[in-house]
Design a binder for this molecule. Structure first.
Ligand code: ATP
Length: 939
């Protein structure tokens, strides 16, 4: 039934492209005022939500079972079988149990990591602007229904299939559907031509595509799985996720260690058979113990989990990371290319000054509340008694799209829908007593040439109430003063147009520079009366910027303040300490950029080099690289030029993070190692191209994310170091047994090795993945991407330094029991209770050393007491679990049988209790020495 309805609907809308706008709306039972909220609700019940239903995940059972088929698992299964064959059923069962526990543990960690990333996806909702109940509203894209009137503009992702009912220079990128990456022109006129494929029809737009430029209004035809995108969604959902560099590195690491482990196993096997003459099965089990001792099982899932947890922490700090792999790259970031407006500054524009050739004004009041005065000298001025001022403010306000929404309740603030630069223009007009709504009714807008960061300006064309100098239409333009002034041939003074002289041009730029030097943002406003004589095309849709934006008459300057974000200066300072460079790349004027850059400490020198977009265009790559070695600011650049800066920095060996918000920023965002899109002001296209999205548009959030990125990598290192520590004490007792040709009875059995690796070590290790960024982590230079997880430092520290200390202690514990029982006067016990007590002590000593070690691994250089010795709850829980487990193994008879243990006495316990503080003490001394030494070399 449902299917039939869909088919019917599709049939009836198949020819919608041929209808007029009115008929198309009628067919979908809607009109220019949009649906009512009730109707929208009713339709949602009928057609469902506008979502592409997710393809079913892999069967959880298969995912679960995949944890039991890895190299390590197969070894253990085989080991279990051999134990059974060799008539050691208890050992066989135990080995299998260990395997099962390990599998469940890995599955649980992966599951948690998966849940965390899934939650993250939900944090990126997509919104759409629609007209409902006759008003423009922003709704969740999934709430769109057929018949909704949707508004689109440059950078928007299109969320449903729709028929255009209005458009202005609209171009759409349909590459997701057609593979063709050049933007396609779209227009609302009926299409009668036959033989076009659906995607070629100019008045149809499709879900999953995006707006490259222009604006439009469209009526929704179909949503969710009935859209063209929904129909092919199956294909895209089968795309495989790439492994991240860290995952690849870990794979490699696990393989390398496995090879070491298996080689050690083979050597031990051969030695056991030929040197000690052990039976084959026993020798195999023995060497299996060695292999297990070395293989870092649980490494991958723990790493994935700690990445996922970092991603969750970052999300709370306003940085949404789209891929886990981005976290690690963040840690290596050595340059951040940041734009200015909104990222370093608050993007809360307030007009502070107005400038006409003959008069300057100050504007009082802060924010978007229309409360404040326009003052010239000491006197309050209003638009009513100053024609030039009225024209300046009316033109600026009418050439804007943003709306200011008054507070809904007492406590709420004024909010902005649209571009803040435009919003403040409406506010200042109101302060001067201009009724903007009335003005836009008197001179209705006919056409818009939208703002474009390459042109750095925007124009609108209006119908005049009555002809002026024989002209019926007027174009208003506002934009960057340099760009606008280049188009002006006249100046408006004392209510009339004069020719613009060079001297006047110079005065205008002088005024612009004066404001810019104080970090203010300046827009120039101009107009052009359009007459029949201008030979403009008849159809408004044929107007282009080249035809309209010329021969303009300059009116004045509007000056706005956009203060730096208060937290940015500290974040910049942090970056400098961390040897991370910040390069400002802005579309704004050089002097404004320089002033802001100095204020927040991005540049320190008196005269940093400012490279303009034009200059950059004329530079060779070599010259650019040379310039990038010093302090530099890029100003008045087009977004496309960011790409060049990023790729040159990368060629210089940097790991680059770059911010962006517009469609044209996408190439740079994709090229960068970390593309950062703005969550509030960013377009959907930029968000899609980015690796990370800032939900507060704030530069400081990037720096916090870098800090997390560094911390995660360090945590993984801490984790690896911790599990390596216990490898040597696990292997050395067996070596002692072998090389003494059995003279030293085996101090640690295979079952006991398994217990340490897969039982007691696991949970505390997990806690290391949750450590918070260490103090001083941002006082070091970034790690290079070449640096590997398992470096010489870790190998020496893990295997040789702590490994040997632990081995000596473990063997010491073994001999301690024997000594208490008469050794060396009697031979070392090789069976019976004393032997069991001795092996129990070797095992327990390693476990107790590892308790101290996990606390040591929490910090790299800082004293662990600084972060609170017991501060990590996951680790503390792990330690308690570990203590419980070892006590059970020592005291529960059935476990004693499996693990070959025996109860120990008070002397033995005293020996054990001393170990964790001893291990912590030794490491604290090492850290203190390393801190001092480190300081000396830094000086
Ligand atoms: P950043 O690149 O740091 O975000 P920006 O906002 O100044 O700074 P663009 O958005 O590329 O960069 O704008 C370039 C210039 O265009 C601005 O400096 C300003 O002079 C002008 N401009 C910005 N917004 C508008 C607008 N809505 N209408 C007209 N001109 C604008």
């Amino acid at each position: 039934m449902e299917k039939k309805n869909e088919a019917l609907k599709e049939k009836s809308t198949e020819n919608i492209c041929k209808l007029t706008v009115e008929d198309a709306c009628k067919l979908l039972d809607t009109n220019a005022n949009g649906l009512t909220s009730e109707e929208a609700k009713r339709r949602q019940q009928k057609y469902g939500r506008n979502i592409i239903s997710e393809k079913k995940d892999k069967s959880p059972i298969l995912v679960f079972l995949s944890n039991f088929t890895g190299l390590m698992a197969i070894l253990l299964w085989t080991g279990g079988i051999i134990a059974f064959v060799a008539d050691m059923p208890q050992l066989g069962i135990a080995i299998w149990m260990v395997n099962i526990i390990n599998g469940i543990f890995s599955y649980w960690q992966e599951h948690r990591a998966g849940k965390a990333t899934e939650a993250l996806k939900k944090m990126l909702p997509s919104y759409t602007r629609v007209i409902r109940d006759g008003q423009e509203q922003q709704i969740l894209a999934e709430d769109l229904v057929p018949g909704d009137i949707m508004l689109i503009e440059e950078g928007d992702k299109i969320s449903a299939d729709a028929r255009l009912i209005a458009s202005s220079d609209l171009q759409v990128n349909q590459s997701t559907l057609t593979g063709e990456s050049n933007p396609v022109r779209k227009a609302y006129d009926p299409v009668l031509r036959e033989g076009l494929s659906r995607f070629e029809i100019p008045n149809l737009i499709f879900a999953g595509t995006s707006v490259s430029s222009g604006t439009g209004k469209a009526v929704i035809i179909s949503t969710g799985m009935s859209t063209e995108f929904g129909k092919i969604a199956d294909l895209t959902q089968t795309l495989k996720e790439e492994k991240s560099p860290l995952e690849k590195e870990l794979d490699k690491l696990t393989k390398q260690i496995s090879i070491i482990a298996i080689s050690a196993g083979v050597i031990f096997f051969a030695a056991a058979v030929f040197f000690v003459r052990q039976p084959l099965a026993q020798a195999f089990i023995f060497s299996l113990g060695m292999v297990v001792a070395f293989i870092p099982e649980g490494l991958l899932p723990t790493v994935t989990l700690s990445l996922a947890m970092a991603v969750q922490r970052m999300a709370k700090e306003h940085a949404l990371v789209k891929k886990l792999s981005a976290v690690e790259t963040l840690g290596c970031t050595s340059v951040i290319c940041s734009d200015k407006t909104g990222t370093l500054t608050q993007n809360e524009m307030t007009v502070s000054n107005l400038w006409l050739l003959d008069q300057e004004f100050e504007v009082t009041g802060l924010g978007y509340a229309p409360e404040g005065k326009i003052i010239a000298g000491q006197q309050e001025v209003s638009a009513a008694n100053n024609g030039d001022l009225k024209l300046l403010l009316t033109a600026a306000a009418l050439c804007s799209n943003a709306r200011v929404i008054p507070p809904k309740e007492e406590s709420e603030r004024y909010t902005v829908l649209g571009d803040p630069t435009e919003a403040c223009l409406g506010v200042v007009a109101k302060k001067a007593g201009i009724d903007v709504d009335e003005q836009s009714t008197l001179t209705p807008r006919l056409r818009e040439l939208p703002f474009d960061s390459r042109r750095k300006r925007m124009s609108t064309i209006h119908q005049l109430e009555k002809p002026v100098e024989g002209c019926r239409r007027i174009a208003y333009i506002k934009g960057s003063p340099k760009e606008v002034l280049e188009l002006c041939t006249g100046i408006h003074r004392q209510n009339r147009r004069e020719e613009l002289t060079d001297e006047q041009r110079a005065r205008i730029m002088e005024a612009n520079d004066k404001y810019a030097r104080n970090g203010l943002r300046v827009l120039a406003v101009a107009y052009r009366l359009m007459s029949q004589k201008d030979n403009l095309p008849a159809a408004l849709s044929a107007y282009t910027p080249e035809l309209v934006e010329r021969d303009m008459t300059f009116i004045g300057l509007v000056v706005m303040a956009d203060p730096p974000r208060p937290e940015v200066a500290a974040a910049v300072e942090k970056c400098h300490k961390a040897n991370i460079r910040i390069i400002m790349i802005t579309g704004d004027y050089g002097l404004t950029a320089e002033s802001i850059a100095k204020r927040i400490g991005i540049v320190k020198g008196e005269h940093p080099r400012i490279i303009s977009g034009t200059e950059l265009g004329n530079m060779s790559d070599e010259e650019l690289k040379e310039a990038l070695k010093d302090e530099v600011i890029f100003a008045r650049v087009a977004p496309e030029q960011k790409y060049r800066v990023v790729s040159n920095l990368q060629e210089m060996g940097h790991v680059v993070a770059v911010t962006g918000d517009g469609v044209n920023d996408s190439p740079a965002l994709k090229k960068a190692d970390i593309g950062v899109a703005m969550g509030i002001s960013g377009t959907d296209v930029a968000k899609e191209a980015a690796d990370m999205i800032l939900t507060d548009d704030n530069f400081a959030s990037i720096v916090r994310a870098i800090e997390e990125g560094r911390a995660v990598y360090n945590n993984i290192r801490k984790f690896i170091l911790y599990i390596l520590n216990s490898n040597t004490p696990e292997a050395l007792p067996s070596a002692a047994f072998l090389f003494s040709r059995g003279g030293i009875p085996l101090p640690l059995t295979v079952m006991q090795i398994l217990l340490i690796d897969l039982g007691t070590d696991m949970l505390p290790a997990l806690g290391l993945g949750t450590e918070l960024p260490e103090k001083g982590i941002m006082d070091r230079p970034p790690r290079t991407q070449r640096e590997t997880l398992l470096n010489r430092h870790i190998v020496i520290k893990g295997f040789f330094w702590y490994g040997l200390i632990e081995s000596v202690i473990a063997l010491g514990a073994y001999f301690f029991v024997n000594m208490l029982n008469g050794w060396p006067n009697v031979p070392l016990a090789s069976s019976g209770v004393i032997y069991r007590q001795a092996t129990t002590m070797t095992l327990a000593a390693i476990v107790f050393c590892q308790i101290g070690m996990v606390l040591n691994c929490r910090t790299e250089r800082q004293s662990v007491f600084k972060v609170g010795l017991f501060g990590n709850r996951t680790i503390m829980r792990g330690i308690i679990f570990e203590l419980l487990l070892i006590s059970l193994i020592i005291y529960v008879p059935f476990l004693q049988e499996i693990f070959q243990t025996a109860p120990i006495g008070i002397n033995e316990w005293l020996f054990l209790i001393v170990l964790p503080p001893l291990i912590v003490f030794v490491e604290e001394v090492r850290k203190a020495i390393s801190r001092r030494y480190f300081k000396i070399i830094r000086k």
